[in-house]
Ligand binder design. Structure first.
Ligand code: GLY
Length: 294
């Protein structure tokens, strides 16, 4: 049995070399945190939220405390979390003044009748979430300064619990200098994130390219059609290359705990936790498909 597992990515981009060590440690830590959450009886949503929060809490990625400002210097965050078995998701878009949009996305999923909420309304909902005591307040209030990567290093994860139920999630600020109000793929169901009872995907990289091919949903659809997750990743990466200018990647897992990935950028840091430990991590997992670590 290959599940339960927690599969983390830290974005598809090029990272400056001096940060590689810290980045690998951060994705490994997130995978462990997610896995421990499951082992302690937490749900897939608990594990995905905990793992993403740990990445948002670093300044290493364009998410949470590491968020990049938009054209006018504001930080606007997008995030989504999806429970595959229930086809329920929550997403927040262009939300300002918070550190952990993943928790607000989960609040949208669990405590509201809607699936997506944007801008000032998301900030208003954040206040309600804090007032209700759903999560503690934690403002970032600042940005990380000089970028340590080029492009968009969204963070994401997929959790497969012991019963094969899949949760997918993502969190990002999008790229430095984006138009105010711009929403990328990460909070759009089926683009940056998708999960159902068969498989899950979490995408990263140039949101506009990911959106054009509805990357997450299509990759999961290929699994439904009988392709393995590895073949589905290869197939959607071919579509990305043929139909768009690329610069993106994805991670996938199916209900049996099979995993796959694809990326066309120099780096896409990943870590996988299974059996209580990190069983694979890499800054640029080109050898991953051949290695099939689990
Ligand atoms: N993939 C993150 C973004 O484009 O916003």
């Amino acid at each position: 049995m290959k599940r339960p597992l927690v599969f983390i990515h830290g974005g598809a981009t090029r990272f400056k070399e001096e940060f590689h060590n810290d980045i690998i440690k951060a994705v490994e830590r997130a995978a462990k945190i997610g896995f421990c959450t499951l082992e302690r009886g937490g749900s897939g949503l608990d594990a995905a939220e905990a793992a993403i929060r740990s990445l948002e809490a670093t300044t290493l990625f364009t998410a949470g405390k590491g968020a990049e400002p938009n054209l006018i210097g504001d930080v606007e965050l997008d995030s989504m979390i999806m429970d595959g078995n229930r086809l329920e998701s929550g997403a927040v878009m262009a939300v300002k003044g918070i550190t952990h949009p993943i928790s607000l996305a989960r609040y949208v999923l669990e405590r509201t009748p809607v699936m997506q909420i944007a801008g000032d309304s998301a900030s208003w909902l954040y206040r309600q979430m804090i007032d209700e005591g759903y999560r503690d307040e934690e403002f970032s209030g600042d940005t990380k300064g000089p970028s340590i990567s080029e492009g968009c290093d969204t963070v994401g994860c997929i959790v497969v619990d012991k019963l094969g139920r899949i949760t997918s999630a993502s969190s990002t600020s999008g790229w430095r200098g984006k138009l105010p109000g711009r929403v990328g793929d990460s909070a759009i169901i089926g683009a940056g994130v998708y999960a159902n009872e068969v498989a899950g995907a979490s995408c990263t990289g140039k949101g506009e390219q990911i959106l054009r091919i509805v990357m997450g949903r299509m990759a999961v659809y290929y699994v439904e059609e009988g392709f393995s997750v590895v073949d589905s990743c290869n197939k959607i990466m071919r579509v990305l290359r043929e139909k768009t200018t690329g610069q993106a990647g994805l991670i996938m897992a199916d209900k049996n705990g099979n995993v796959g990935l694809g990326f066309d950028t120099p780096h896409m840091p990943i870590a996988i936790a299974n059996n209580g430990k990190v069983i694979y991590s890499s800054m640029a997992p080109h050898d991953f498909v051949e290695a099939q670590p689990i």
